[in-house]
Design a protein around this ligand. Structure first.
Ligand code: GLV
Ligand code: MN
Ligand code: MN
Length: 414
């Protein structure tokens, strides 16, 4: 089963059982479930012949030595093991498992690359626990920001305490230096419908959309639901409702723009109390950073007006902003060649979803291979991939690594 698509899918099922909560898959940063998933992946990496390390952020990295020792910087394959709440089995996990399977194949055939290969299973891509995404890959890339140690989750636990609770050292996240890498390739489910529409198993990503994540607080005045007359109310939830509809309307103004409110909390939260405060999340994306900037500016303007009219206070906090990221042309070409060599048309597509490749692209050239997923469904337990498509992904990545291009001496000078 090692090195095969069937093996990858069986492992995805096994990892899908490792959750923070019974009955649905939720595996967030610095939790026992994430630790257990990382340990299991580490066992598979070790069994494949890789040297395995786990860092203080919970990233698990396997290294497969090349023929040239450490003369060349490693090339990295990777993706993430954390999930959104109520996740499917393949977002992130597929890329990690395909990468391990590729190494298993190389080892089975005693095939050594000219450079070291690392497989990274990152600990946080989703940002589902602390609001800020990429806490895992930024630690790996030496880009973790000190302020992030003080982020709190919904129960008031800080990143520092969460990391410590697993026996890790939060300060080590800040000490990590930027690694020298020769490139990064991430395999990931598409999470959208394009490949299915084009009837293709895989595709090459050209760019990853930029994203703004914000937390928006509206503070009015709580009151008795039976006695406070309607004209006198400063209902924070009613203001939030108008704001959410404004986000939806502005999000539909431009092609390629998407805007989502995925979380909303109301205080004090009782049927007979006029809501005194409401907080909601905002996620805005576009591959054109100017279009994203325009849209978030319009949202701020309209929501400020709604807040003023309804006499509620507005708190607009941008949590996280990442610009659009272009994938490295030379790696895209190598991928397209590998796909072509499999007898397939190499199609290109943009990613609306965020990926660890956004972070890795700050320290080395990065590329992504998307794998078709059924109905384009993701962030949902119905997420699914075809074994045959996974087999293609394994073949393409193997060809990509063994291809002339990556072994060229010019790699060292990039
Ligand atoms: C990650 O899945 C994201 O794009 O939100
Ligand atoms: Mn993902
Ligand atoms: Mn995701």
């Amino acid at each position: 089963m090692t090195g095969t698509a069937a093996g990858v899918l069986a492992r995805a099922v096994a990892l899908g059982e490792i959750s923070e909560e019974p009955g649905r898959l939720t595996r967030r940063f610095a939790t026992g479930a994430l630790r257990a998933a990382g340990d299991l992946v580490g066992e598979w990496m070790a069994a494949a012949g890789m040297e395995v390390r786990r860092d203080d952020a919970g990233n698990v990295v396997g290294r497969y030595a090349g023929t040239g020792g450490d003369a060349r910087p490693p090339f990295v394959l990777g993706s993430h093991l954390d999930t959104v709440p109520g996740a499917g089995r393949y977002d992130g996990v597929l890329g990690v498992l395909v990468s391990v399977a590729v190494v298993e194949r190389l080892v089975t055939r005693s095939e050594r690359l000219a450079f070291p290969l690392e497989v990274a299973a990152f600990a946080d891509e989703e940002g589902a626990r602390f609001g800020v995404a990429y806490l895992g890959s930024t630690a790996y890339a030496g880009l973790f920001e000190p302020a992030w140690l003080h982020l709190v989750d919904e129960s008031g636990t800080t990143v520092t305490d969460a990391v410590r609770s697993l026996g890790d050292d939060p300060d080590a996240l800040l000490r990590a230096s930027q690694p020298t890498l020769s490139g990064y390739l991430e395999v990931h489910i598409e999470q959208g419908p394009v490949l299915e529409h084009e009837d293709l198993p895989v595709g090459v990503v050209t760019a990853i959309s930029g994203r703004t994540r914000a937390s928006i607080g509206l503070r009015g005045q709580a009151g008795h639901a039976g006695t406070l007359p309607m004209p006198w109310r400063r209902d924070a939830l009613a203001a939030a409702a108008e704001a959410v509809l404004a986000v939806e309307e502005i999000g539909g103004r431009e092609d390629g723009l998407v805007a989502t409110v995925g979380m909303l909390s109301v205080e004090p939260g009782a049927a007979n109390v006029v809501p005194g405060a409401a907080t909601f999340s905002l996620d805005v994306r576009h591959v054109d950073d100017r279009a994203r900037g325009r849209a978030t500016g319009q949202m701020l303007e309209v929501i400020s007006r709604i807040a003023a009219t309804r006499q509620v206070e507005l708190d607009w906090e941008v949590l996280h902003e990442t610009p659009a990221v272009a994938m490295a042309p030379w790696l895209r070409e190598r991928l397209a060649e590998a796909i072509g060599a499999e007898g397939l048309r190499a199609t290109s597509l943009v990613s609306g979803a965020g990926h660890d490749a956004v972070v890795l692209a700050r320290v080395c050239d990065a590329a992504m291979l998307f794998v078709r997923c059924a109905g384009g469904i993701s962030h949902d337990p119905r997420e699914s991939v075809d074994e045959a498509d996974v087999a293609v992904a394994i073949d393409v990545v193997e060809r990509f690594l063994l291809g002339e291009g990556l072994a060229r001496p010019s790699l060292e000078t990039r």
